[in-house]
Design a binder for this molecule. Structure first.
Ligand SMILES: NC(=O)c1ccc[n+]([C@@H]2O[C@H](COP(=O)([O-])OP(=O)(O)OC[C@H]3O[C@@H](n4cnc5c(N)ncnc54)[C@H](O)[C@@H]3O)[C@@H](O)[C@H]2O)c1
Length: 437
């Protein structure tokens, strides 16, 4: 349709146009209207009618809004509130009630179970996105539910759901693990990193800052913030202003954003820089997992090599050690000091490395997998493309050891053995959905 015609359709009462089109029907309607509005009392009645019409329209709108929130969304209602309260119940003296974001994720599901096991209250939230197979997230949710942990399906950008959670339970702590993880995926879908790791973080902090009482926050940063740092092992005092990926940049931004909320609103903040976490119920997008799947399926695996033929190395950290680190950080987090959205005194702001302190090269990792799977890998060795990976990671963990006794105890051989056993187990997803040819 030409633009002029479109405009005519949208604005049919354009003066000049109507003039020529006046017909008998038009004049009849005009006379009737004129008669109706002729007397003041009729005009008054018309005004009343219009006011009533507007009022009923507005109340209908508000009904629709409320209705869509309570009836079509997967949260809200008495049963939902009961589930949240029950899940958050503390069953040990001095325990905490923790809101775990990203609870259906790899680390989130493990820490939620550990908290519940020791008698803390736990409520999870997760948006079950499809970055990797959501059926694995659903299976983790079922596992959590079997242990009394309720996971709400929702996005951390949805402030209404977060406020509702805080209205229902006075959470003492938030363990914030929800994020868009993965380094290379940022090239494909950069906005998902901004959505979850920046906008989602701010949305969560906004609700936490206004909550009464304010919770203490422990959240997952990443070893990736060390970026192009060459000094080894990585210490919390090292430079972190040269990220090599958008993922790393959003985690670094998270450290700065949380600092602001600590400074202005008195929120207690602990950032944990995880180093390549692995283990049962792990993430299928990570190398140890996808290598296992490909080796089992007889498919080749791609091994990256650094400049001058240097092997890549990672400070692989077993999930149980990371869980202990998270619990230690929660236990020592100290309190937030704000009330009514205002800071009342200085609150703790901490950052810790949670690594294993023993970097292992990728070919060594493959060798351990081959031994455990009893299958030789078909290897395709290529030079590392410049898509966000760094050549090595190595954690200095002395700060976490000093402040909460963090001491990793599982080496890569032992940890991968447990992972492969989980993968081969038939009653859970491992072999059936993720590892089988
Ligand atoms: N696993 C590692 O090696 C590693 C290393 C460094 C840092 N981290 C960080 O640790 C945290 C946990 O990692 P993981 O390995 O368990 O990853 P994961 O992807 O298994 O877990 C993250 C969970 O958050 C959920 N999520 C993402 N965006 C969300 C949103 N907007 N709202 C609600 N839920 C959302 C996802 O559905 C997922 O279940 C992440 O913050 C990650 O960046 C992990």
């Amino acid at each position: 349709m030409p633009a002029a015609d479109l405009e005519d359709e949208l604005f049919p009462s354009t003066p000049g146009k109507f003039k020529g089109e006046r017909n008998a029907h038009y004049y009849f309607m005009n006379r009737q209207l004129h008669r109706c509005f002729a007397s003041t009392s009729t005009m008054f009645l018309w005004a009343l009618f219009l006011i009533a019409l507007t009022a009923s329209y507005l109340s209908f709108q508000s009904f629709v809004d409320t209705g869509s929130r309570y009836f079509s969304a997967s949260w809200g209602g008495i049963q939902w509130e009961n589930n949240v309260r029950k899940s958050a119940e503390i069953r040990r003296s001095g325990g905490m009630s923790v809101l775990v974001t990203g609870a259906a994720g790899f680390v989130g599901s493990h820490v939620s179970l550990a908290l519940k096991k020791r008698g803390d209250g736990v409520v999870g939230i997760d948006n079950f996105n499809n970055y990797y197979d959501p059926s694995l997230k659903k299976a983790r949710k079922t596992l959590l539910s079997n242990h009394g942990v309720f996971v709400v399906e929702g996005d951390i950008n949805d402030q209404k759901i977060l406020e509702k959670l805080f209205d229902t339970v006075a959470f003492t702590h938030v363990l914030h693990l929800a994020a868009q993880a993965g380094v290379r995926y940022a090239i494909e879908n950069p906005h998902s990193y901004v959505h979850s790791n920046i906008a989602g973080l701010v949305s969560l902090l906004e609700v936490c800052k206004s909550a009464q009482p304010q919770p203490s926050i422990v959240w997952a940063s990443s070893s990736s913030v060390y970026g192009l740092n060459e000094k080894s092992p990585f210490s919390e005092l090292d430079r972190t202003d040269r990220p090599a990926s958008l993922y790393a940049a959003t985690k670094k931004a998270g450290e700065e954003i949380t600092h602001t909320y600590n400074h202005i609103y008195g929120l207690s903040i602990t950032g944990l820089r995880f180093f390549t976490v692995y283990g049962p119920w792990g993430r299928p997008d990570m190398a140890y997992f996808s290598f296992t799947r490909n080796i089992l399926q007889g498919k080749p695996i791609t091994i990256y090599r650094g400049k001058n033929g240097k092997e890549l190395a990672r400070d692989f950290t077993y999930i149980d050690d990371v869980v202990k680190g998270c619990l230690g950080a929660l236990d020592t987090s100290g309190q937030s000091t704000g009330t009514g959205g205002k800071k009342r005194g200085p609150a703790p702001y901490r950052i810790f490395n949670l690594g294993n302190t023993q970097p292992v090269t990728v070919p060594t990792l493959v060798g351990i997998l081959e031994k455990n799977l009893k299958v030789k890998a078909k290897k395709n060795v290529v030079e590392m493309p410049g898509n966000g990976d760094v050549p090595f990671t190595h954690a200095n963990i002395s700060l976490a050891r000093r402040d909460f006794g963090y001491k990793p105890t599982t080496d890569l051989q032992t940890g991968l053995k447990k992972f492969v056993r989980w993968c081969g187990s038939s009653q859970i997803l491992g072999r059936k959905i993720l590892c089988d040819p």
